[in-house]
Design a protein around this ligand. Structure first.
Ligand SMILES: Cc1ncc(COP(=O)(O)O)c(C=O)c1O
Length: 393
């Protein structure tokens, strides 16, 4: 019989009942160092006091009100995001894939209103991930996500990651936008080099098309800048955000320039829950913390420390690991073994990591993780690596 929860996930047999900072506590009392952070969601760790306060204060006043009315918490969060980024305007969603839906709609409406309705094509990249909605899977295009779900939303072209010639060849008169993750997450923690992002911006400017960045996983201070594209010194026209912005409360956003958003007038888009008072109260608390200059400095220091520790781990287990890649606290261990074997061995050693494509184990700890916790987590990964080797022999 089919389980009462639709069986779309392969779940590990772990039942977490509590979270404290960088730690997850299992029903049986075991404590795990959480280097997954709900796949880059718990950016400030578990039960951060400022987020608990923001959520409970708001919960005592008003949980939900329709977007038919003014929502001051939403206004406050939009103002913070606009002040801290390239954007002039923000629409709030509940998830990354909803942000993808709007980014696609916004780009198409832009060209429709410019009397160039043929510019519906969006160029996206192989190995990318933009969520599981119809637009999200069509944008990513991989067989793994799309097989059996056709007919797919038309209007996407896919080019291999890093293939400049294929990219240029793909730009014809029907292309209205390029969509890319500055650091591929699910694809295996593949950062786009700064010069490539600069080149993409220049290409978009040259062809007069829109640049859409998906910062759902790499945004909100994850890479050591508030948004990952800041490292390259260029800005997008439209950006998708989710995960870290809610610190664990479902919240997403699409940020855009006034020009790119010009087609999105009253009645063109909406959401029942998007930007609700609870989500935005938490989002404001997250933004207040991650925009403190000292916060980003600390993320960069922790990132350097974690990277150095991981390089040491790789050096100690050259038979299991190829190297470390990534940016900030979005790091990947390139494996010579199946990533899931290390992830499972990590469970036994009390450390949580996340597998990704391209033989990578992802490390996306809370941005607040301490150096002692990093040392302890890497010690546990060291034990996990020994266990994997033992199991293979
Ligand atoms: C880059 C990227 N875009 C979009 C999504 C989809 O986000 P959600 O699962 O919140 O719909 C994800 C989720 O992992 C992601 O990593």
């Amino acid at each position: 019989m089919i389980p009462s929860v639709l069986p779309t996930y392969s779940r590990a047999p772990l039942h977490f009942v509590k979270g404290e900072g960088s730690w997850l506590i299992e029903e049986d009392g075991r404590r795990f160092l959480d280097l997954g952070a709900g796949i880059a969601v718990n950016a400030l760790g578990h039960a951060h006091p400022a987020l608990v306060r923001a959520l409970t204060d708001q919960a005592q006043k008003l949980w939900h009100v329709s977007n038919l009315y003014e929502i001051p918490q939403q206004q406050a969060l939009a103002d913070k995001l606009v002040a801290a980024s390239f954007a002039n305007t923000v629409f709030f969603t509940n998830s990354g894939t909803e942000s993808c839906e709007l980014a696609v709609k916004m780009a198409r409406k832009y060209w429709y209103d410019k009397s160039q309705p043929e510019k519906t094509t969006i160029v996206a990249f192989e190995g990318s991930f933009h969520g599981r909605s119809s637009a999200g899977i069509a944008a990513a295009g991989s067989e793994k996500m799309t097989k059996g779900f056709g007919p797919l939303l038309p209007g996407f072209k896919h080019v291999p990651w890093g293939d400049h010639e294929a990219l240029h060849a793909a730009i014809d008169d029907t292309v209205g936008a390029i969509l890319i993750e500055p650091v591929q997450g699910e694809g295996g923690i593949r950062p786009l080099p700064d010069h490539c992002l600069k080149g993409l911006r220049a290409l978009c400017d040259d062809k007069g098309i829109l640049l859409i960045l998906d910062e759902v996983q790499c945004g909100v201070a994850r890479t050591g800048r508030l948004f990952a594209h800041e490292w390259a010194g260029v800005t997008p026209d439209i950006m998708m955000v989710a995960k870290g912005i809610g610190g664990g409360f479902p919240l997403g956003a699409v940020l855009a320039t006034q020009e790119a958003a010009s087609g999105m007038t009253a009645g063109t888009h909406g959401s029942t829950y998007g930007g609700n008072p609870l989500a935005c109260a938490v989002g404001c608390a997250v933004m207040d913390i991650v925009t403190e200059p000292a916060f980003l400095e600390a993320v960069n220091a922790r990132a350097g420390y974690l990277r150095q520790k991981l390089e040491g781990l790789v050096a100690s287990h050259p038979d299991l690991f190829e190297g470390v890649r990534g940016l900030g606290l979005m790091l990947g261990l390139q494996c010579k073994i199946a990533p899931i074997d290390l992830v499972k061995a990590g469970y036994e050693c009390g450390v949580i990591t996340v597998p990704a494509a391209d033989n990578v184990v992802r490390l996306l700890p809370p941005l607040t993780i301490s150096e002692d916790e990093i040392s302890e987590a890497v010690n546990r990964l060291d034990f996990a690596a020994d266990a994997v080797r033992e199991a293979m022999s």
